[in-house]
Design a protein around this ligand. Structure first.
Ligand code: CA
Length: 231
């Protein structure tokens, strides 16, 4: 298989060099950009498989870069934020980013995120549009409107089922509270986060075999939720 192409957008030269060296050592083909304008041009000309995007860029806002790139491609974007502010991450995720890393992060963490994104892309390429969704022991039969854990049917309420389907359709992606509430309850219900927490808690109780285990659904405090690609 061809090497995976990663576009690294980072204005901080030492960090950019570290990321580039780490990824090259792992046999990725790495392209770099040092500002937002270059990021947009490189994303268009190189057609990378995954984009790593630092949010604090000298020439323009990272969110603007995401919006621009999202106008023509769904290429996964993992944002890197030095500012540990939820608003940055959330703005980026709402603009269409797939995942985030907060500085400082380890090379191992970065590689793990890339592998998770690659698994998700392979999953999509393998036919995510199937009528049946499978992830570890979880199966969702969309046509029948049922979900199973192993051969045990999950007794879900309609709301829990809709939440589960939304997470499954975006497996591997962090979904913000706003994204989820808008998809479940519609625009204008962004403030319905308290209800979302309740439904999510009951869903997880049914889905996760071991209490407090996060095999399938991760909580990102202050941000949202993600269904993890298990296998
Ligand atoms: Ca920066």
């Amino acid at each position: 298989m061809d090497k995976w192409k990663i576009l690294v957008v980072e204005d901080d030269a030492p960090v950019r060099r570290l990321i580039t060296a780490s990824l090259s050592a792992e046999d990725y083909r790495v392209y770099t950009a040092v500002n937002g304008g270059e990021a947009i041009r490189e994303a268009a000309s190189r057609s990378p498989d995954i984009i790593l995007l630092d949010l604090g860029l000298p020439d323009r806002d990272g969110v603007e870069v995401i919006e621009k790139i999202r106008s023509w491609t769904d290429t996964p974007i993992i944002v890197i934020s030095a500012r540990d502010e939820d608003s940055d991450k959330i703005g980026a995720l709402d603009a269409g980013a797939d995942d985030y890393l907060t500085k400082p992060f380890s090379v191992a963490e970065l590689l793990a995120r890339l592998r998770a994104t690659q698994r998700r892309l392979s999953h999509i390429a393998a036919g995510n549009a199937d009528a049946v969704f499978r992830n570890g022991e979880l199966t969702i039969d969309y046509a029948a409107g049922c979900a199973y854990l192993g051969d045990q049917e999950l007794k879900l309420t309609p709301m829990e089922y809709r939440l589960l389907c939304l997470l499954a359709q975006n497996v591997g992606k962090v979904l913000t509270h706003k994204y989820i509430t808008q998809h479940i309850w519609g625009v204008g219900w962004e403030s319905n986060i308290a209800s979302l927490r309740v439904f999510m808690a009951t869903l997880r109780k049914k889905l996760e075999k071991t209490p407090n285990e996060t095999k399938y659904i991760q909580t990102h405090i202050g941000v949202g939720y993600r269904m993890v690609k298990v296998d």
